[in-house]
Design a binder for this molecule. Sequence first.
Ligand code: NAP
Length: 483
Amino acid sequence: MSTRDLRFAIVGGGMAGILAAIRLKEAGLTDFTVYEKADRLGGTWRENTYPGLTCDVPSHLYSYSFALNPDWSHMYAPGPEIQAYFERVASEHGVVPFVRFGEEVVRLDWVDGRWHLETARGTRDVVDVVIAATGVLHHPRYPDFEGLETFGGACFHSARWDHGVRIDGARVGIVGTGSTSVQIITAIARRVRRLTVFQRTAQWVMPATNPAYTEEQKAELRADPEKLAALHARLCELFDVFANGVVDARSSQMQMIADACRANLEENVKDPVLRERLRPDYQAACKRLIMADGFYEAMQEPTVELVTEKIVRVEPEGVRTADGALHDLDVLVLATGFKVDAFMRPMAVTGAGGVRLEDEWAQRPNAYLSISIPGFPNLFMLNGPNGPVGNFSLIEVAELQFGYVMQLVELLRSGRCRAICATRDAMERHEAARVEAARHTVWSTGCRSWYLDDRGVPAVWPWPFTRFREVMAAPDLSAYELA
Ligand code: NAP
């Protein structure tokens, strides 16, 4: 058997795309291009620039295992620092020359055993393997409020923050109370004239203080890479405990989280009326758990008003709620989340025999182990549908997935096959087991959240994270069709 030279396209230059590029280079597979639609790398950390942006996964965990960073400023790093980290790692690993910026991939067609790619600018490429690293929380979801377009002030989505708009001293409204909104509220409550928080559903909030690392601590980690690695490993283990707990709604970990959230609410919200309005009526961690420092304090600032009445429409002066009140605003921030079922769409992808991804995913997106779609050979997704999302490091998830993908790539490189993709049978069997297991997770305990698909089934990995590691360690080739 002779080895085969492979050409790759990596779609997306965020955390996962940078990772894929680094790993391909390390493996000596240097015939690849990273297609990035923007003019910078960084993905979600490039797109989100809202005030208060922080990663609520500890910095020393939210790092590539091969590029640990002794210099994180805080336990939970601010967004711009994370963006700088990704750009620095990409640059140090020589990824940048492989990137074509301003190139949005709009078409992928599997023709005669290769992927024919086209970008919005008309650039074409023909590759053997596509790595789709297009992110999950990527496409903003806008609410369909009547009259939204008539609003007379500034209005933008949290992921499209308009830094030209003055927040200081303004009357600001914010829709939503997810992780994003909580960070924005905490950051701007004391800067605005008035902050009106439109809450549809109350959230459990896990207290997470965010101490800065001292210069001595950083110097110690810098001087001792083993210590830095041990810190990363310890955090991975700690998060495993959480990740293994969420898959059993009655686990002791979930009970501890519920107790901590309840105590946070009881002890830190003084006014009993406000406390009840902020009290959720579902189990903690059913929605994505909010980790926050100072949120309840911000909500008790005299500048902040909590509105729980339904929004009925937006008018030129502000937001009208169901009780008839008009909330006058200069700025309206829509922290309303993302379309989480798009994945690599709206890219038009046509696989073997002319099957269109749009049709394959007409009901909902799916892929065997979140990575491979039947009928779409040599196309591998990172952080694809139904994978481990939640309060853990998507970096570790992507690293494990890419290790798995590289083993499939090796089959192509070694000449064992020319095309590989999961069988439909394997995907369907996996999906049936996944849906059954998902029923017992904390995400199924009765709340509305972005984890739930159109059937109300959590679109996530429903087993312990340790099992995910085991499954990613080596592909079960009986689940694949090799051609
Ligand atoms: P989200 O969790 O989906 O929250 C959206 C919020 O908007 C919810 O409170 C939702 O209310 C509300 N909303 C949506 N449509 C509405 C409507 N039509 N009327 C009224 N309210 C509406 O979005 P997100 O806060 O941007 O967070 C998304 C995910 O991004 C997080 O869960 C997390 O995974 C990630 N994230 C991570 C970090 C981090 O630090 N690592 C920070 C920010 C975000 P309901 O609850 O009633 O649906």
